[in-house]
Write a protein that binds this ligand. Structure first.
Ligand code: UDP
Length: 428
């Protein structure tokens, strides 16, 4: 229960995943969406939410108010410029200092912090040496899993793996977003530590708010088109190549109404721009240019339209801790064909809300896509069941309610010992 007329302050820390930034570019994806949506939903449920991130551009405002009780606070930690996350760790001690300075200057203390990604976990472990604090942590990506699927291991890997292990063993609670992620923590990181599973969520009002017919009219697709959709960042780990090659092998290719839409932002010359060029090269090599569209970053005004217009949404990732795109598509009544990995095994129910195929197996993806595209009645059924599944398990409000309950539980387990000074409570 909340104190009557008062709100308890909590801090969410997401060092590189800025909750206030434009989504869909190289380093802005699921984590940014998660922190922002959870923060706003927690505020609606009575918390005073401060979300901390790193200032990555000098022109960004220091504080962004999302609603009366939820804001993003950008702290100085290294140059005010974009820095790839693998190069960020040296600036994390400065993040700790900036966080401490913010608390001191504003007379605020937090009883509880929910950290996101391993570096934020490290920040909280440092803060706990300096002040009483309860820590919940969500990994969003596990080094131990990620390093199995990439060829070049970054220099920071050793520090990351050690930090992820200590965090699992010492945080008051780890929040895994799927049973699969929890199993990876146990088998690859440590048998110790307290883990609860609370999934990611999605906006069930925004997604699913428009019919396929209307969305197609607005986007200029015809009712006969068979629309295959990818939404996400341009990153090799996302497996866009598998999708393009699968469409190249589709039995429906000759019918003339197959459309492939690859949605996501990119910046020429940066790693996402380079990946987009590589994908465009494969599209050209397979002679798919005529039927392939690259609409760029999809945003507030059109993302829900593309999901609704699609016949099938494909998530061909090599690995995915959760995969928001799958539940966004399902919320939009669109079946999903996804790689049989990580959180996608949890969100997509094969033969009921979509199909799973082995990662990187373009032939299996082609068969799965064709099965759905060639049976429109079954397609609609899969879409409806997907929508029901999201309503039952993956709404932001439902997710925030589970988190809220866990926060209270953790706060009561062994009260944070506070010096005699002021409490971290503000007026409602
Ligand atoms: N996204 C978006 N516009 C785009 C591409 C992606 O808003 O053009 C969003 C997408 O809707 C989803 C998030 O970025 O909410 C990607 O999250 P996901 O968990 O699927 O992947 P991640 O980026 O975390 O690897």
């Amino acid at each position: 229960m909340l104190f009557l007329g008062q709100r308890q302050r909590i801090a969410l820390i997401s060092e590189h995943g800025d909750p206030a930034i434009e989504i869909g570019k190289e380093e802005a994806g699921g984590q940014n969406v998660y922190v922002r949506q959870v923060g706003e939903a927690l505020a609606r449920q009575g918390w005073e939410v401060d979300m901390f991130t790193r200032q990555s551009d000098a022109t960004q405002p220091k504080i962004v108010e999302h609603s009366r009780h939820c804001r993003t606070i950008r702290l100085t930690a290294g140059p005010e410029a974009f820095i790839p996350r693998d190069d960020l760790f040296p600036y994390m001690p400065e993040f700790v200092q900036s966080f401490r300075r913010f608390q001191a200057e504003n007379g605020i203390e937090y009883d509880l912090v929910h950290t996101h990604y391993w570096m934020s976990g490290w920040i909280a472990m440092e803060l706990k040496k300096l002040q009483p604090l309860k820590q919940l942590h969500t990994y969003h990506s596990l080094g131990a899993v990620k390093y199995q699927s990439i060829s070049t291991i970054p220099l920071v890997a050793k520090t990351r793996l050690a930090s992820e292990k200590t965090c699992l063993e010492t945080a008051d609670r780890i929040v895994a977003t799927s049973p699969q992620e929890m199993a990876h923590m146990r088998s690859l990181v440590s048998p110790h530590g307290n883990i609860d599973v609370i999934p990611c969520g999605t906006d069930i009002c925004r997604f699913g708010s428009i019919s396929q017919t209307r969305a197609r009219q607005l986007l200029g697709f015809s009712p006969e088109d068979k629309v295959v959709l990818y939404v996400g960042r341009f990153d090799r780990r996302k497996g866009i190549e598998t999708l393009v090659r699968a469409v190249g092998q589709s039995k429906l290719r000759g019918e003339g109404n197959l459309k492939l839409v690859i949605g996501g932002g990119s910046r020429p010359g940066q790693s996402d721009g380079i990946e987009r060029e590589r994908i465009e090269g494969i599209v050209a090599e397979l002679g798919l240019q005529e039927m392939t569209l690259f609409p760029g970053r999809l945003g507030e005004d059109n993302l829900h339209l593309y999901y609704a217009a699609a016949d099938v949404s494909v998530v061909p990732s090599h690995y995915e801790p959760f995969g928001l795109v799958a539940i966004e598509a399902m919320a939009s009544n669109t079946p999903v064909v996804a790689s049989d990995v990580g959180g996608l095994q949890f969100t997509v129910v094969p033969e009921e809300t979509g199909l799973l195929a082995p990662a990187k197996d373009e032939a299996a993806f082609a068969v799965a896509i064709d099965r759905i595209l060639s049976d429109s009645k079954w397609r609609d059924q899969l879409g409806q069941t997907g929508r029901q599944r999201v309503e039952e398990h993956f709404s932001w409000n439902g997710v925030a309610a589970q988190l809220s309950k866990l926060y209270y539980q953790v706060l009561q387990e062994k009260p944070v010992e506070k010096p005699a000074k002021k409490r971290a409570v503000v007026g409602a």
